[in-house]
Ligand binder design. Structure first.
Ligand SMILES: NC(=O)c1ccc[n+]([C@@H]2O[C@H](COP(=O)([O-])OP(=O)(O)OC[C@H]3O[C@@H](n4cnc5c(N)ncnc54)[C@H](OP(=O)(O)O)[C@@H]3O)[C@@H](O)[C@H]2O)c1
Length: 294
C-alpha cells in the first residue's frame, strides 16, 4: 500500500472502520467480475460488521449501459453467491439504495463530465462531504487514462487539508512487466501524491496470510526456531477453489505466472522469510519485505 506521508495516519479505530469518514467510493470497472465477486461482497460484509462509515455511497462505472437497478441486481447476485455472511434482506435494502451506476468509457473525456455531475448529485442527495476514493478495478492499461481523465476533469486534486480528500486505489496487476509498471506509476504519480495512492494486493487480506505474522512473531514456540537452522525447506501451496470460470480471455492474455506468482506468492514468500520488522507499522513491514527481496 502507498504511504500516508501527508495525510494523517489512520487511527486503529479508523483502520477498523469505526469512525471512518463518510465518503463516496467510485469503482471504475463496477460492471466487472472483481466488483461483483470481491469488492461489493467485501463492502457488504463491512456493513454487517458495523465497519462502514455512517454515510457513504458507491458509484460503479463501466461501458455496459446499465441502470442503477440492473447494477444493484447484479451485485445482489454476487453477494448471494460470494459473500462470507448470508444476505440479510433488511440490511441489503439499506445497502442497495447507496449503490449507483454511471455508464462511461475511460478513454472518452465526456464520461468524466457525466461522472462529475452524477457524483455531485449523489453527494448532495445523501449529504455526503465529497471525500472520494477512486478504485481502479479495470485492466492496468486503463489506469493511466483513468487518472489523466480524473485530473483533466478536476476530479483529482493534490492533498489539501481545506478540501475533501481524494484517493486512488490500484488493484494488482500494476502493469504487465517492469517497464509498464514503471510507466503506470509515473503517470499515476503525476496526478496523485504518493500519500493518496493505495496499491492493493487483496491476497494479503486473507485470514491465513494475516495469521502468518502472528504465528511467526507472537507464538513463543515458533518464534525462536523460525530460521534456517531449524527449517529444512518451505513450500507454498496455493489451493484455489475457484476455476478460470468466465475469465478465459484474461488468463489467455495474462497467464497463471503473472496472475499469481510475482504478486501474491512473492508477498507470501516475503512474510515467511523477512527479518522481524521492528514494529507492525505498514511502512516498516513493507521495508522488511523489500530488504528480503533485495
Ligand atoms: N476478478 C478478480 O478476481 C481479480 C482479482 C485480482 C485482480 N483483478 C484485476 O482487476 C482488474 C479487473 O478485473 P475483472 O476480473 O473485474 O475484469 P472484467 O470482469 O473484465 O471487468 C473489467 C471492468 O472494467 C471495465 N472496463 C474495461 N475497459 C474499460 C473502458 N475502456 N472504459 C470503461 N470501463 C472499462 C469493464 O466495463 P464493461 O464490461 O462494462 O465494458 C468492466 O467493468 C483486472 O486488472 C484484473 O487483473 C481481478
Amino acid at each position: 500500500m502507498g504511504q500516508a506521508e501527508q495525510e494523517q495516519p489512520l487511527s486503529s479505530d479508523t483502520a477498523r472502520g469505526l469512525g471512518a469518514e463518510p465518503c463516496t467510493l467510485v469503482i471504475f470497472g463496477g460492471s466487472g467480475d472483481l466488483a461483483r465477486r470481491k469488492l461489493v461482497p467485501a463492502l457488504y460484509n463491512l456493513l454487517l460488521d458495523n465497519s462502514l462509515p455512517s454515510n457513504y455511497a458507491v458509484l460503479g462505472i463501466g461501458r455496459k449501459p446499465l441502470g442503477d437497478q440492473d447494477f444493484r441486481d447484479g451485485l445482489r447476485e454476487g453477494v448471494v453467491k460470494y459473500s462470507r455472511q448470508a444476505l440479510d434482506e433488511r440490511k441489503w435494502a439499506e445497502f442497495e439504495r447507496r449503490l449507483f451506476y454511471q455508464a462511461g468509457a475511460i478513454d472518452d473525456p465526456k464520461s468524466y463530465k457525466g461522472i462529475k455531475s452524477r457524483l455531485d448529485k449523489i453527494e448532495a442527495d445523501l449529504k455526503l462531504p465529497g471525500h472520494r476514493i477512486f478504485y481502479l478495478a479495470i485492466p492496468p492499461s486503463s489506469f493511466a487514462p483513468a487518472c489523466e481523465g480524473l485530473q483533466r476533469s478536476g476530479l483529482a486534486h493534490p492533498p489539501d487539508s481545506s478540501r475533501p480528500f481524494c484517493r486512488v486505489i490500484m488493484e494488482k496487476p500494476i502493469g504487465r512487466d517492469l517497464q509498464s509498471g514503471r510507466d503506470i506509476n509515473a503517470i499515476v504519480g503525476k496526478v496523485f501524491d504518493e500519500s493518496q495512492i493505495f496499491r492493493i494486493d487483496h491476497y494479503l487480506g486473507k485470514e491465513t496470510v494475516q495469521n502468518i505474522m502472528v504465528l511467526r512473531f507472537a507464538n513463543s514456540l515458533f518464534e525462536p526456531i523460525w530460521n534456517s537452522k531449524s527449517i529444512d525447506h518451505v513450500q507454498i501451496t496455493v489451493s484455489e477453489a475457484e476455476g478460470v470460470g468466465t475469465r478465459a480471455a484474461y488468463y489467455e492474455e495474462t497467464g497463471a505466472l503473472r496472475d499469481m506468482v510475482q504478486n501474491h506468492l512473492l508477498q507470501l514468500l516475503c512474510l515467511v522469510a523477512m527479518e522481524p520488522p521492528y514494529s507492525l507499522d505498514p511502512d516498516v513491514v513493507r521495508d522488511a519485505r523489500i530488504d528480503l527481496l533485495r
